[in-house]
Each structure stands twice: as C-alpha cells, then as structure tokens.
Write a protein that binds this ligand. Structure first.
Ligand code: AGP
Length: 594
C-alpha cells in the first residue's frame, strides 16, 4: 500500500508534497517522511517519523525554500511502524533516497546474492532497492542502474528516487503499484493517485507497468525497461476529484453515508434514458453470452457481490458465484464452460483482485470491472468496465460505494431480466427511503448508546438479509473495534450460540416475508439466553417492538435500506468510543499488496 508524492518545479516542493500526502493518507497512515532539496545550497534533508503526515509539519524545517523532493505515507508490511522503517530510505553511502509503494518478494535473495556485506538500517524490503541502485551506479549511468534494478525486482513497486549527485532530477518507475505524473507549467508531480494533484495540475499521465521516468525542469521522459522511449497518454482530471472536502460534516464517513440518496440519483441519471437502461451493449452481450458469472472481490465490495448474486439469480436467472479474491487467485475452482468474471472494487487497485485478473486474462476468459475509479488498474485492464459514480470516497470504511455497487449490479441484472419492475421508479423510491433513515439518525445514536455496551456483537439474518448482515458487521468491527460477526440466523445454534451471554447485543435484520418468521425464532433462542436484541425490519414484516422499521421497497433492494442504520450504528459506536472514524487502526483504503 502506501502513498508517494514527488515534485520538481518552481513552486514550494514541501507544501505540494505534504498536502498531496495528506490526500493519500487513505493508502496508509502509520508513518510518514519527506526528503527535500534546499533551493539555494542544493543540500538534501530528510524528515520522517512514526505517525500521520501532520507529524511532518511538526518536524520539518520550514525556514528554507525547496524546489524538489519526495514523500511517503506508509502502511507497514515489512517492519513495525517506527522512524527507522519510515521512508525515504537511503542507499548505503547515502547517495540515493527512495520512497516505495509495493512489496519486493525477493528482497531476501537480493540481499544475500547481490548485496552480501551491505549494512541495512531498517527491517523493510524497500531499503534493498536504494542499495542496489547505488551498487550499479558505480558501473553505469543512473538511468541504466535504475532500469537494471527494476529487472531484478520481483513483486510490486512504485518508486520515486533522488540521486544526490544529480540535484536537478527525480527518477520514478513502477510495476503493478499505481503511479502517475501530474503536469503543469510550474512543474511535475509524481503521485500514487490523482487525489494528490488537486489544486496543482489538471492533466496527468498514468504510467504503464515496467516504465522508467526521468523528470527534469524541462519536463519528463518515459522509457521502458530496456531504455526505449515509450509514449504515454495525457489525460484530463475528472472534476469529481475536486469534491473531497468534509464541508459541514464532522467526518467523511458521515458525509458519505448522507450522500447515498444523491449517489443513487446520479447513477440513475447516468444509466437511464427515461425508463430505459442505457448500458454499453458489449457489456450486456458479454453477460448474455456467459453461462455463469464469477464475482471476484474483497471486503465490502465482496459483500456487495453477494447481493449481486441474488440480483443476477433472482432477477435474471443467471447462475452466479461470489469468490474471495485472495483465495481464488491461488485456489481456482472448476469453472463453467463460458464464464464471465466480474471484478468489483471501489478503488480499482486491490492487489488480490488484480492477481486473479492477470490469471484469468492469461487463460483467455472475459472480464468486467465495476469500480468507482475509471482510471484505475482494474478498469484499464479488464475487457469492460462500469463506473459506479459514487464520487470520491475518503473514509476507510466504505459506505456509498457499497450502495452504488449494488445499484449498478441491479442495473446489469435488470438488463438481462424480463423487466417485471420499473427499475428507475424502484431505485428512486429507495433514494427517498434512505433520506427518511438519515433524518432519524439521532434516534439510532441513542439506540447505540443503549444496546452496544459490550465488546462483542452479532448481526443475524437469513437469505439476502444474511448478506446484509455480513456488511453490517464488517462496518461495525472495522471502525468501533467491537468484535462483530454477521451470521446466518439458523446456523447460530450449531455452535456459536455458546458465545451468547447476559446482555450480548444481537441485531437481527428482517426484510423478507418468506424467512422473517424463522429469523424471529432464532432471535427468541438468543433472547432466552440473555441476549439484548435489536431488530431492523421493513414495514410489511415488522412486529410490535422492532426498534428500527424501514420503508418497504422492492424485496431484492432491501439491503440498500437495511445497511443504512447499520452504517449509522457503526459510526455512532465508534464516535461514542472516541475512535478515529475515518482512519481506523491497522487499515488503509486502498489495499495494493497481496
Ligand atoms: C471497506 O469498509 C473496507 N475498508 C474494505 O473491506 C474494502 O472494501 C476492501 O479492501 C476492498 O477494497 P476495494 O473495493 O477498493 O477493492
């Protein structure tokens, strides 16, 4: 994971890098660092420490003008988060400074085979890269030394490199981890994501894998690994990227929960012409021609995938499987004859999904990515992509992307169905009903105070409600640290009910007429064992005493509603415990390592 930013130009490098890193903190935030060149003397200075990017503002010397630098915000993979393991890392003789995003799989072999005898100061895989570049730069040009190093690295990397002997240049290169160049007439920015460019560049160049870049005051040159010049397309930044302030909200998560009705309306405006769905015909064709859909995803996106399975199977009668990306990549099941792979990813950068995409492409299978970031790796590399139009999602806990993914999946499934409902009308009803829940959020806050008093909690439901429970529990555990599981209600009695004790919170989701009674029986079972129960139900299936009763919507769309109180429950549980809601511990928004 990690975020990197570099800058060379006439503006203040320190300001551009620090503000860019703050925008990239969603990629990791356990330590941060920056290397800067003083404009007048040309000397280089490194500041780094454990903690957030804001820490750099406390430790960096702001008394001199800077015009070149590289910075990093870290999500630790190799070595605990501390000052020594923070980036930038230096080569043995301190000629090179590097910042790295990715994982070098063969760093131990490189240490023993190429760098035997070198002294390392950190526990990271990254430090090895700086040492190798320095070793080869004794025998060849820096440009060649970096490309030779690239040829030896196995794994993923996005790198920004300073050579203290070449004070007016920055180098960069990448493989698998994202990296782009932001362009303006005042300088060039290197960044892991467009977000860091906000306010400085309106154009950018997404870099291809195995690309090497040399940046000077005059501009940039992109080469492939053997030194041949390669063309890269220049793109214009989508204005949506500029909508990344919290505004009146205390947290991005609260803002993003509240944006869900407008996200649904945006999706309707993008994919409907009056009552008709207007999706790219090639995508419908790909779905129609397949005999089975394989949804590949992780975390919240996988939970949206489970709802997608219900939609494809129940609306369009297409058999659909949902797979954990990290499992599928190394343990592929027997496939049907004409599979279509659907990758669901908010960021479009999740490494576990990319590992699957690479494999299935090599095997000649077709693919579709559903993502919030149309410029992302998974969007670029799949045969087709559909954008979910949720707008930038900043909070680590995904909320509006989940509902947007489900809405897009509903549109795709509807395209293959007998069109027995008016989809546009049903989705519009959902948007209004979500607004009704948002209006009642203070009531939910009070329920949280009353019910979520323990270290653990269970969400139970059946069928599509069970899938909604999976997402509800993920939300609660990731930001409130309450140990929560989403359970198929009927399965509880086969072992897990042993964990129920006096006042254990059990939240039931009941939105389906056919199975509501069964879930209520399971609720009785836990109540008799002391559980403190809270019910989220829909109007037509509710019973007296249910604490949260939601509007009725088309049955298969109920997860779009039941998740909203669950998102608020997670939010308020974290708020009441005083945790950092938008940046929970140990997590990162974009998981670009396997
Ligand atoms: C969501 O709240 C999580 N932070 C996480 O599970 C996330 O959904 C997962 O890492 C997948 O990310 P993606 O959608 O960007 O692929």
């Amino acid at each position: 994971m990690c975020g990197i930013v570099g800058y060379l130009g006439v503006e203040d490098a320190r300001e551009i890098i620090i503000s860019g890193l703050k925008r990239l903190e969603y990629r990791g935030y356990d330590s941060a660092g920056i290397a800067l060149r003083k404009c007048d003397s040309g000397t280089f200075h490194i500041y780094k420490d454990k903690g957030r990017v804001a820490r750099l503002e406390e430790i960096a010397d702001f008394s001199f003008k800077t015009c070149l630098g590289i910075g990093h915000t870290r999500w630790a993979t190799h070595g605990v988060p501390n000052k020594v393991n923070s980036h930038p890392h230096q080569s043995e003789k301190s000629r090179f400074f590097i910042v790295h995003n990715g994982v070098i799989d063969n760093y131990k072999e490189l240490k023993s085979e190429i760098l035997n005898g070198n002294k390392f100061v950190s526990d990271t895989d990254s430090e090895v890269i700086a040492h190798i570049i320095e070793k080869y730069s004794d025998e060849m040009s820096v440009n060649e030394a970096i490309r030779k190093t690239m040829s030896l690295l196995e794994g993923s990397y996005a790198l920004a490199i300073i050579d203290t002997y070449n004070r007016d240049k920055i180098y960069a290169c990448k493989n698998k981890s994202p990296l782009l160049l932001g362009l303006s007439d005042k300088g060039t920015i290197i960044s892991s994501d467009v977000m860091a460019l906000v306010g400085y560049s309106t154009k950018y160049v997404p870099l291809k894998d195995k690309t090497f870049v040399e940046i000077t005051k005059k501009g940039y040159k992109t080469l492939d690994i053997i030194g041949k010049e390669v063309e890269h397309e220049v793109k214009v930044i989508d204005v949506d990227y500029f909508n990344i302030e919290k505004g009146e909200y205390s947290h991005f998560m609260l803002k993003e929960i509240s944006e869900q009705p407008s996200v649904i309306r945006t999706i309707i405006s993008k994919y409907f012409d009056k009552e008709e769905v207007t999706l790219n015909g090639d995508i419908s064709k790909a779905i129609k021609e397949s005999d089975r859909l394989y949804i590949i995803a992780a975390g919240t996106s996988m939970n949206a995938g489970f709802i997608g399975k219900e939609l494809f199977e129940k609306m369009a009668f297409i058999p659909t499987e949902v797979h954990i990306a990290s499992e599928f990549a190394y343990n592929m099941p027997l496939l049907s004859k004409k599979p279509l792979f659907i990758f669901i990813s908010q960021s479009g950068e999740t490494a576990d999904l990319r590992a699957v995409l690479v494999n299935i492409k090599a095997a000649g299978y077709r693919s579709l990515t559903i993502t919030n970031v149309k410029t992302s790796t998974l969007a670029r590399e799949a045969d087709h992509y559909v954008e979910i139009h949720a707008g930038p999602e900043i909070a680590v806990a995904s909320t509006k992307a989940y509902t947007a993914q489900i809405v897009v999946l509903a549109i795709l499934a509807y395209g293959q169905s007998d069109k027995h409902i008016n989809l546009r009308k049903e989705l519009s009803k959902v948007a209004i009903s979500i607004e009704n829940i948002i209006d009642k959020r203070e009531y939910i806050e009070a329920l949280v105070q009353e019910y979520l008093t323990k270290r653990n909690c269970f969400y139970i439901g059946r069928g599509i409600d069970y899938y909604a429970c999976l997402e509800s529990s993920l939300k609660l555990k990731e930001i409130s640290y309450i140990q929560t599981e989403g359970f198929a209600a009927g399965e509880l009695k086969h072992g897990t009910i042993a964990l129920i004790e006096e006042d254990t919170p059990v939240i039931a989701i009941i939105s389906q007429r056919s199975i509501g009674k069964n879930t209520r029986s399971n609720l009785n079972e836990v109540q008799s064992r002391g559980a403190k129960t809270l019910v989220i139900s829909t109007n037509s299936v509710h019973e007296h005493g249910d604490q949260i009763v939601l509007d009725d919507v088309y049955e298969l769309f109920s997860p779009l509603l039941t998740i909203i109180p669950a998102q608020f429950i997670a939010y308020y549980a974290a708020l009441q415990r005083g945790y950092d809601i938008d940046k929970p511990r140990n997590l990162a928004k974009s998981v670009t390592v396997e």
